[in-house]
Design a binder for this molecule. Structure first.
Ligand SMILES: Cc1cc2nc3c(=O)[nH]c(=O)nc-3n(C[C@H](O)[C@H](O)[C@H](O)COP(=O)(O)OP(=O)(O)OC[C@H]3O[C@@H](n4cnc5c(N)ncnc54)[C@H](O)[C@@H]3O)c2cc1C
Length: 399
């Protein structure tokens, strides 16, 4: 998105853009949620990355080994050295099962699964196809994770999936989270917590996992609470790419600290971080990456011409929450305003409803895949403003 938006704004005789990526394939990650339940197949969620790279941008396929910020250069694993005037880091965040004792051992993808990778989601689809029931535990190990609503969506879809297969009575569902409730923000947490209760899904909150005892099928927390499972679906710790730590650019999760309004590193005045790679106090989500890049582009053009950056990102996030049986919810929030009920994007009209389950929201979520492949990635304008609006929102407080 950044390359697509910047290329037409920068004179090709003066500005060279080089894009480095280690993977020829681009994945539609929001689709991973649906793979385990057979709604999508792998082929619908992957496309060659080259298709989205504009003319006038050099694409180098290779793994970044190190950034040397004082030398203004990037080193690749194959020894290539790329000098830069400005560096934009957008290498995302990824599940790292190896961070948690017990994950990634012999039981990995036998009784313990993830769905944050395409291979994990596909393996889980195969497991669910023949699973005869028992206790399914969904566990978030540590925050922050990308798309913090995806685990809730998974458990709602699991409830619908087993109900539709006529085996819901044979399945116990439990949602185990380090958060004090179903979600990070109080109003949404109340709505989503009520949905767990309605669906008879157990909630274990404030759960800080220490290890997974795969021999005895148990989660063990630091305060010694043990939770049994027959099938564990886990969201491993999400961490930025390893080179971030080697380059001394990251926090404890290898996410890059930046100014939350303009994405500039406070330490290096020619390094920006965008999308999931950035340590921002909002959700790690495609919508945040997309809104953020709109703000970034305008600011970057000013910045390189020595002008003040005039735009300020507000942390705008916009996420559909699939809730099963052809319905979904929507949340829209930013750094200062938590998700509130109401209508979106047109006040009073919608067609989408905030914090309310509707069929229109479900169709919005499914339609988004088309928008992603055909509009968003190529940097075309989307009909949604980058900054959040209070129009259509109803203020509500939770006691
Ligand atoms: C299950 C699931 C459901 C989701 N649902 C939603 C949703 O409904 N709505 C929403 O808004 N968001 C959702 N998301 C989140 C969304 O997919 C991400 O926030 C978004 O893709 C982030 O984009 P990014 O460009 O920052 O990082 P990524 O898309 O992860 O891209 C990072 C790139 O960096 C490359 N890279 C990494 N390390 C290196 C290296 N060392 N060398 C070279 N290249 C490297 C990778 O190959 C990759 O191409 C979901 C995510 C998941 C996993």
């Amino acid at each position: 998105m950044a390359a697509n938006k910047l290329r037409p704004r920068l004179d090709e005789r003066e500005w060279k853009i080089t894009l480095v990526d280690q993977d020829e394939t681009h994945y539609y990650q929001p689709g991973f949620l649906f793979l385990p339940f057979g709604t999508y197949k792998r082929e619908e969620l992957e496309k060659p990355k080259r298709r989205f790279i504009p003319a006038g941008v050099d694409l180098i396929m290779g793994e970044i080994d190190l950034v040397e910020p004082t030398e203004n250069q990037v080193k690749l694993v194959d020894g290539t050295v790329l000098p830069y005037d400005y560096l934009i880091i957008a290498t995302g965040t990824h599940p790292t099962p190896e961070e948690t004792p017990g994950l990634g051992d012999d039981e990995w993808r036998k009784s313990v699964f993830d769905f944050y990778t395409i291979d994990g989601a596909e393996a889980l689809a195969e497991k669910l196809e023949t699973w005869e029931g028992g206790k399914l535990v969904l566990n978030i190990i540590e925050m922050p994770i990308k798309c913090p609503v995806a685990p809730l969506e998974f458990i709602f879809l699991a409830d619908a999936f087993f109900t539709e297969r006529g085996m819901r009575d044979a399945v116990e569902l439990e949602y185990v989270t380090p958060l004090p409730g179903a979600f990070t923000k109080p109003v949404a947490s109340k709505y989503l917590g009520d949905m767990l209760v309605e669906r008879k899904i157990g909630l274990e909150s404030d759960y800080m996992l220490e290890r997974v005892d795969t021999e005895n099928n148990k989660l063990v927390s630091y305060d010694e609470r043990e939770i049994d499972y027959d099938l564990l679906v886990t969201i491993p710790v999400n961490m930025g790419s390893e080179y971030i730590a080697r380059s001394g650019l990251g926090d404890e999760f290898r996410h890059v600290p930046v100014d939350k309004y303009n994405f500039l590193s406070p330490e290096f005045d020619n390094i920006f971080a965008l999308g999931d790679a950035a340590a921002l106090p909002t959700s790690k989500a495609g919508s945040v990456a997309h809104f953020g890049v709109d703000i970034f582009t305008e600011n970057f053009i000013d910045y390189i011409h020595g002008r003040q950056m005039r735009e300020q990102f507000d942390g705008h996030a916009n996420c559909f929450i699939e809730s099963g049986h052809g319905k979904g919810m929507l949340i829209d929030f930013n750094y200062d305003t938590e998700p509130l009920p109401g209508k979106y994007p047109l006040p009073g009209v919608g067609p989408f409803s905030l914090l309310q389950e509707t069929e229109a929201n479900h169709w919005g979520k499914l339609m988004f895949k088309w928008m992603y492949w055909n509009v968003m990635l190529s940097g075309r304008a989307m009909p949604i403003p980058a900054l959040m609006s209070m129009a259509g929102k109803i203020r509500e407080e939770v006691q």
